[in-house]
Design a protein around this ligand. Structure first.
Ligand code: FES
Length: 567
């Protein structure tokens, strides 16, 4: 029999104080699975399954997992599937972000505590991908990731439509009276016509591209649609690749470098990716113990133009990006800004991979040529100023250019509840020039929900106003658009200056100079802050208590900081 710390089912033995008995007992139970010595001599590959009836985006996962198993078996490995937490973006209260760190912790512990030589992490919906990357890096064994893949777009009134930029546009049209109830129901029925993740460059697609760029997913894999045979081929290829990574003892620390993360931030800029990826990338880099800051992300993402023509920055969908060659063709376009020596879990560097993929002239539907970008500079900016001493972010490529330098009077909402109660009040004192301010929606206050794209007050929406400057410590869905300042750090609930903004205060947004300023004297700000009290609306459950005691600010990735908890 194999001994502790050797590969396979006989690694990481259950502690009975008798190693021989631990091995014997394990073999007794493994025989009930029909495993014999041939099976038990193979590299053991775990497959983390995030199928869930609540995660509609993962509907195609069972057949994808069968394909991964097939690839593992073909390469001489033994696949073993195990369930983990799964986070359905639009089903969770108060927000899936509150559970990202819990899923990362659970997945890491399941990888660590169960015997496996390598693992394939199968995710897709927004927070599942970063949670798995955080977990895989912390667990430290060879791992690869396969995403569910984007859903296919639907059609309405002769136009392609898809979750979920078009969900927001349709809802905004309905609120503004531009479409009626029958039409909103009609379009609602075709916005998500298949399994798979949102079909625009939302957080799921952005994180899939980032996983691929970091080297954890097969090249070209992040964009293939969920219901296609191509996605199953990707599953089988990954199964074969993870067995080789185990044989080669290729652990995440052997492939990750500062260059890998700068590449990911550069791709984030070129795809016009989700602002959520900033928080996730910071958390992932922190797990990898690699020096990487919010300013690195801003600089790298601004070093390239937005070339991927997906909504919300562009006009297309993920199938357009895929048809133009996906991430590898994008990397060809921006190769001058990419560290091509960065390694992937296949053992190849990006330079090796790109040499095998001929450069194509992009059609423009999915990827634009460098000379005709969607936007001349990467879509994300970091703002600082007396309202955001540790930073705030704005997605310029999804904003209205005439609002990027704007001064207006604050209309303040103290909480999400306050926002819901008053935003459509016909007596709300607001004009199109006002700056809508939402407080207490940061990590500590409420788990950092995607509430930053505050709805345009109904009376203004009905008068044709489509965008306004909105600022908060919340996040925003990657599928959303507008002139929206997010992730203000420190957040209001822990005493960030956002906490003391009052109705009528003037706020200046100056994106050209990366500034966000409250036009109130420093002495008045200090005076108002004296009476501020720390508060959170998160539950006092076991996880809620751990989360509130340990969560970091958005500018640090909003991971839990367990430093002070270690015995
Ligand atoms: Fe799952 Fe958009 S809701 S990816």
């Amino acid at each position: 029999m194999k001994k502790e710390n050797t590969p396979g089912f006989f690694g990481g033995l259950t502690s009975y104080g008798d190693e021989g008995f631990s091995c014997f007992l394990r073999k007794v139970f493994l025989s009930s699975m029909g495993y014999d010595d041939v099976d038990l001599s193979r590299p053991l590959i775990g497959i983390a399954d995030t199928s869930s009836g609540y995660v509609t985006c993962h509907r195609e996962m069972p057949q994808l997992i069968e394909a991964i198993k097939r690839g593992i078996l073909q390469s001489g490995g033994l696949p073993v599937v195990f369930p983990t937490a799964s986070l359905p973006e639009i089903m969770m209260n108060p927000t899936s972000m509150y559970l990202r760190n819990l899923m990362a912790m659970e997945t890491e512990e399941l990888i660590r505590s169960q015997p496996m030589d390598g693992v394939v992490l199968v995710g897709g919906c927004d927070k599942t991908v970063p949670a798995q990357l955080m977990a895989g890096i912390s667990a430290g064994i060879p791992f690869m990731q396969v995403v569910a893949g984007p859903m296919i777009p639907g059609r309405w009134q002769g136009q392609k439509v898809g979750a979920c930029t078009d969900c927001r546009a349709a809802w905004s049209d309905y609120r503004g009276g531009r479409i009626n109830e029958s039409q909103i129901n009609e379009v609602g029925a075709v916005l998500a016509p298949s399994g798979g993740t949102c079909t625009v460059m939302g957080t799921a697609s952005t994180m899939a591209c980032i996983s691929e760029t970091l080297g954890f997913a097969i090249a070209g894999s992040s964009t293939a649609a969920a219901p296609t045979g191509e996605r199953l081929v990707i599953g089988a290829k990954t199964g074969r690749a993870i067995v080789q990574a185990v044989i080669d003892k290729r652990t995440p620390d052997k492939i990750l470098s500062r260059g890998s993360f700068l590449n990911a931030a550069t791709v984030l800029g070129a795809i016009g990716g989700s602002t959520n990826a900033i928080v996730h990338l910071l958390a992932i880099a922190r797990r990898a113990k690699i020096e990487f800051t919010i300013d690195d992300i801003a600089e790298a993402s601004a070093s390239v133009p937005v070339l991927v023509n997906c909504k919300p920055s562009g006009t297309g969908y993920m199938d357009d990006f895929h048809a133009d060659g996906g991430v590898p063709q994008l990397l060809h376009q921006i190769s001058a800004n990419i560290d091509l020596n960065s390694l992937t879990m296949t053992g190849q560097s990006w330079e090796d991979i790109l040499k095998e993929i001929a450069v194509r002239v992009p059609s423009g539907a999915g990827i634009k040529e460098l000379s005709k970008p969607v936007s001349p500079k990467g879509g994300l900016r970091v703002l600082r100023g007396n309202l955001a001493p540790d930073g705030a972010v704005i997605k310029v490529s999804a904003a209205t250019s005439s609002l990027l330098n704007h001064e207006g009077e604050a209309v303040v909402f103290e909480s999400l509840e306050d926002l819901m109660e008053r935003i459509d009040d016909p007596n709300l004192k607001v004009t199109a020039d006002s700056v809508l301010v939402l407080k207490n929606a940061g990590p500590y206050a409420s788990g950092m929900p995607e509430a930053g794209a505050l709805p345009i007050p109904k009376k203004l929406a009905q008068a044709g106003v489509r965008d306004m400057v909105r600022i908060s410590d919340a996040r925003m869905s990657g599928t959303a658009f507008g002139t929206v300042v997010l992730h203000i750090s420190p957040e209001a609930a822990i005493g960030g200056p956002l906490a003391i903004v009052k109705d009528g205060d003037r706020i200046k947004l100056d994106v050209e100079n990366n500034q966000l300023e409250l036009l109130v004297s420093e002495s008045e700000i200090a005076n108002r802050l004296k009476s501020h009290k720390r508060s959170s609306s998160l539950p006092d459950t076991s996880w809620g208590s751990i989360f509130k005691a340990t969560v970091l600010q958005a500018s640090e990735g909003a991971d839990i900081d367990t430093t002070g908890l270690r015995g």
